[in-house]
Design a protein around this ligand. Structure first.
Ligand SMILES: *Cc1c(COP(=O)(O)O)cnc(C)c1O
Length: 391
């Protein structure tokens, strides 16, 4: 979808001509006679502001229908409710921590088994899949080491047993990657990240490929009720207006930052799918529309939490915070923040070293971001020279 099509997929208000989408802050809708209404009866079931967002997101991802939820996890939860006890899921081993918690501590208890695999090798999925597998769940690229899985290849394997392929498309965004065109059945997004794009809301989105799946998700959305409120729908729509512009700038900044890091003497490894040296670069290039995302992770030669701590507390533009995808650059230290709940040994197994730092590049000028990182590296040395070691 071109920038023009994205912007003009957002309708103006047919009632008043308002060019931006009105916020219908209402819980209910007056009926002419019982059951006779203008398509809306109660705001959990539907709301005109939410409907615009849901329609726009469905177009953006090329699916039948879209659904807006209170958070990304509420969106994930709605998809899991398609399952019944005894069903099995195959999931990427590097899955978002919150999804792991929901799968393991809520759904396994209800009789759903989850197998975590390295899905960057589609063979692993082929070897594990069975008639019990009802969902194959991948993220691509993953967080924080940016592993990329071949969506098209995995979709063929899922189809061989009639399992649904779900893709968490949060990191790639609909600008870089169109999972439905690659064979996915359902897409989920944390709208909190690139789609909202301004670090000012939490939201979740589901897009279903077919009418049949759309009807099931619609039923669950209304039955469970985890909807996004009209004001946050409005903010998410406003975010979508500039999504392409922001995402491309973030990709450019990430590229510049990755190139700088690769050559820095204090840096050990750089994880960025745009680098030819990245393990899954070829798949990323094929499936991500020439865009590699705004996230760059790296480790320090001095592979300690202390060194990472000194770095992340000495940046100026990169703000130390969880989350990603907003216009302001953020950084985090996954071992102490987003991935702190995973035991160190398990973290190391999945490549999350003690000094791993994740950068979410915003839309600032790339030379300012590079300068910021450059001075933060010097700060590590300064604190060391001063004989100061943070405990
Ligand atoms: C943040 C995130 C989620 C969860 O979304 P929330 O809006 O925080 O509930 C799910 N998947 C990925 C890849 C994420 O980054």
């Amino acid at each position: 979808m071109s920038a023009t099509n994205i912007i003009h997929s957002i309708p103006s208000d047919p009632l008043t001509g308002a060019i931006s989408v009105p916020v219908y802050q209402t819980s209910t809708f007056i009926q002419e006679a019982p059951g006779v209404n203008k398509g809306f009866d109660y705001a959990r079931s539907n709301n005109p502001t939410r409907k615009v967002l849901e329609d726009v997101v469905a177009q953006l991802e090329g699916g039948h229908s879209g659904f807006a939820f209170a958070t990304g996890l509420a969106a994930i939860d709605s998809v899991l409710k398609l399952l019944s006890a005894g069903d099995e899921i195959i999931a990427v081993d590097d899955i978002y921590g919150g999804a792991y918690r929901l799968f393991t501590h809520v759904y396994e208890k209800l009789g759903i088994k989850v197998h975590y695999l390295d899905t960057t090798d589609a063979e692993n999925v082929a070897n594990k899949i069975s008639s019990k597998t009802k969902l194959v769940w991948i993220e691509s690229p993953t967080n924080p080491t940016l592993k990329v899985s071949d969506i098209q290849e995995i979709s063929k394997i899922a189809k061989s047993v009639n399992a649904l392929l779900v893709v968490d498309n949060t990191f790639a965004s609909p600008i870089a990657q169109k999972p439905i065109s690659l064979g996915a059945d359902i897409i989920i997004h944390s709208g909190t990240k690139y789609i909202g794009g301004h670090s000012d809301l939490v939201a979740g989105l589901v897009v279903a490929k077919t009418q049949e799946l759309s009807e099931k998700i619609k039923f669950i959305q209304n039955a469970s009720g985890g909807i996004l409120g009209p004001w946050d729908c409005f903010l998410t729509i406003r975010g979508i207006e500039t999504l392409e512009l922001r995402y491309k700038k973030q990709c450019d900044n990430a590229f510049a930052v990755a190139a700088f890091l690769v050559n820095h003497e204090a840096v050990k490894d750089v994880y960025f799918p745009g680098l030819v040296s990245h393990k899954n670069h070829e798949i990323a290039k094929r499936q991500q529309n020439g865009l590699f995302g705004g996230i760059v992770s790296f480790t320090l030669k001095e592979d300690t939490q202390e060194a990472a701590n000194q770095f992340v507390t000495n940046t100026h533009y990169f703000k130390l915070a969880e989350s990603l995808g907003g216009v302001k650059s953020l950084l985090c230290h996954p071992p102490q923040m987003t991935h702190a709940s995973i035991p160190r040994e398990k973290r190391l197994q999945s490549g999350i070293k003690d000094s791993l730092i994740r950068l979410s590049c915003g839309i600032e000028d790339s030379q300012d971001l590079i300068h910021d990182l450059s001075q933060a590296f010097k700060a590590i040395n300064k604190t060391k020279e001063a004989g100061y070691v943070k405990q």
